[in-house]
Design a protein around this ligand. Sequence first.
Ligand code: SF4
Ligand code: SF4
Length: 955
Amino acid sequence: MTAVHEPSTAIRTVTASIDGHEVTVPDGTTIYDAAREVGVDIPVLCHNDRYDPVGVCRMCVVDTGGRVFAAACVRPCEDGMEVKTASAELERNRAVLTELLLTDQPPRAEDPKQTTTADNALLELADRYGVARETTALPCGSGRGRDSSNPVIDVDHDACILCDRCVRACDDIQGNDVIGRSGKGYATRIAFDLNDPMGASSCVTCGECVQACPTGALTNKSINLIPIRPREELDAIDSVCPYCGVGCALTYYVDRERGAISFAEGRPQPGSQSRLCVKGRYGWDYAASPQRLTTPLIRVESSYPKGPLSADVRGDGDGRRNGKNRAEGRKPGGLVDYDEVMPHFREATWEEALDLVARRLREVHAEGGPGAIAGFGSAKCSNEEAYLFQKLIRAGFGTNNVDHCTRLCHASSVAALFEGVGSGAVSTTYGDVVNADVVIITGSNPTANHPVASSFFKQARRKGTKIIYVDPRASTVAEHSDIHVQLKPGTDVAFYNAVMHEIIRLGFIDREFIAARTSNYDELARTVADYPPERAAQITGVDADTIREVARTWGEAGAAVVYWGMGISQHTTGTDNARCLIALCSITGQVGRPGTGLHPLRGQNNVQGASDAGLIPMFYPDYQGVDRDATRQRFERAWGTRLDPKRGLTVTEIVKSVLEPGGVRGMYMLGENPFLSDPNINKVRKALSALDFLVVQDIFLTETAEFADVILPASSYLEKDGTYTNTDRRVQLGRKVLDPPGQARVDWEIVQDIAQRIGLDWNYASASEVFDEMVALMPSYTNLTHANLGLSGKLYPNADPEHSDGTIVMFDERFNTEDGLAHLVPAQWLPPKELPDAEYPLVLNTGRLLEHWHTGSMTRRSFALDTISPIAEVYLHPKDAAERGLAHGQRVRVRSRRGEIELQVRISHREQLGNCFIPFHFREAAANLLTIDEIDPYGKIPEFKFCAVQVEALA
Ligand code: SF4
Ligand code: SF4
């Protein structure tokens, strides 16, 4: 085995003179880059460091003594070359070019510089060369027109200078391939797909082209109806995106006078490298929704017994948004009906509400013992909030009944990783894909769920990395893959066992690695011997030759890495699925080097951090087992209290326990909405109704809050400081951008107030102080502080955060298991728990859309996201639709053994025959009314990806 992309040892250099400055640079360095090294700034328009240079605008031409001027952005330096960058002739040349380009520009409104993201480089050049718009002789504008069809991006073709920056941003950076050119000569303009309006094209509104445009041809529209001011008048706050686990770094530009965000843009960070997706760039206005909770609420006496207060999730609206989507003044059809629910609560002071919460939780605890209390935290909260919340439940109530939505996303992956390699975190980063020869992306739809990570996958493929995509759905990434394995859902173990069978048969295993770094290989080999490709073909529906091709492609790779999503983890065999992936990497030695390893793509922005911080029932912070005496005693000393030696209940077990005698009776819910996010929500509804006491701390009135006795108005992500750990193990600072509305308060302070009221002596003064306490108890986070995280955050583990970004590749010498070996755990294929039959003949798969996030409480209150994706749909294969006589857009009923929902049909070639897909964001068509609550025996994760349903026309 050899590592790939080894750096060349002998780098040839050249020495040139630029405006009299001698500079020595590696051979191939452009004049533009070399000039910057000696502090000489050459003006550019079409060039930007993030894109490959094309040299089309000619603004950067320099004099190299040749017959014609050379474009500095593309011309390499040569030994002995003498370059002049600013002679009178060159400057005259640039001035004329600026004047010519300006001729085509449309008239500007009051603020000519404002392009909403990039400064207008063309107008800056006009100022520099003293070219006034009025001095040009030709009529304004090229007459190529405007396009306002995208809800948040405006296209002014007249302002376009055809520099192709947007084309390169869309193709080379984001890999979306939407923008090209159409027309000839003067009529040439940028085109979206086949010259479609932008809003009707395949554009995914990532905004990368807006960030790239140097002239204001592509601009952001205001999404909160507040005019966008010039950048210089706005406050720039560096933070991190609050949506997915990719954790993109961004800057919010804030209009302080109006107390509102104007726009957001990506900023440099080693992971996301200034990229954003539609959610990060345009999905922040939810925080200013008029529906924010602003006052503590207490349920009125007349509203008992508890139950769902607004219309039933099945009957609330038709899923369509009629007319306006702006949050202002609307009553959203798919959200909790405030008018119906609010009369069941009365406003209270913080003192009254907190006193009541503390008293009732203490009473439930006194009556039922520690096991009567449980807490659900949230992977949307910061590390500090997660840490304090689990500490409150453990130290305040003597129970480990504390969990969060990791249970619903990657709990099985974490169980398998712990058992196999001794750590639940990824072994390498998503950006390390660039060093891989081959990548398997499996059980994941990264273009929707991890859009910025997927842009790196697509970019790596352009540079030669082969992508094997293994997924029952043909989502967009299938179009960017070399092999798409469209296996039947729930057959992953059979598929990977067959791949390993072939790898062993063909001798592609790494014997040295197996001998030195793994245990239990013989048993694994015996198990996979029973899975020849022909047998696996019968189970998986994938032909045997494709299985052989995958085995050969993986086996021949010098470096290979697996990225997986919830299509692997959200099964009753989720742990077995992940065990197979660990074994596949381990027997081929594909762990511990650049471009190799294991990466479960984490869902929520802070699911990694919340788990690291101990928001799980079996572990204290940093995965230190609650059932280990020495560990427990250490935490008892640190927290000054006695702790429960038994593991607590998981999310699904807590719901079950509420419905059993002697089970959980009182709950503290911080930012979770299990009424929509948990499987089989009819059961969740019964559990929430049956609780003796429920306090919900959230930013909106969620479906779960309808069952609460007390509702505490919390702060959104944008209203507080704290750290968040992304899927790469990168710990980053989220910074306060806005003040919380009304009386809403910062979450960790609310948790501290409750802790004090139940007798805990907590006096944290800041999130940073909480972080320091956590780190002292978490070996993996050693050395990290708020101060040394800097603007880019740091990967953990990190021996020297002052000077290092942290560890990219883990396990280069040993695994984190006690014996240092990777433990290979063989798995037998088992069918899913509820197979299709005559009455329920289709397999239901649930998941996310690009524009929405989980239960939609944020994204459905975002103008951009809700406008682009406003309705609930069931995605059906054309034949399945035809068999049922269903047309695209028709209203249908989907039913399972647990419930039924009504929504619209989307005919989709991306589905497999016999399968359908429903996103779980939509209250009015809640997919989890249908799902089954069977769980994986190890990770306790529900089988969200497989249950039997029927789809039928509404009578
Ligand atoms: S918004 Fe993104 S996908 Fe759409 S055209 Fe611009 S770069 Fe391409
Ligand atoms: S990829 Fe994820 S973290 Fe990045 S901008 Fe999109 S939602 Fe935010």
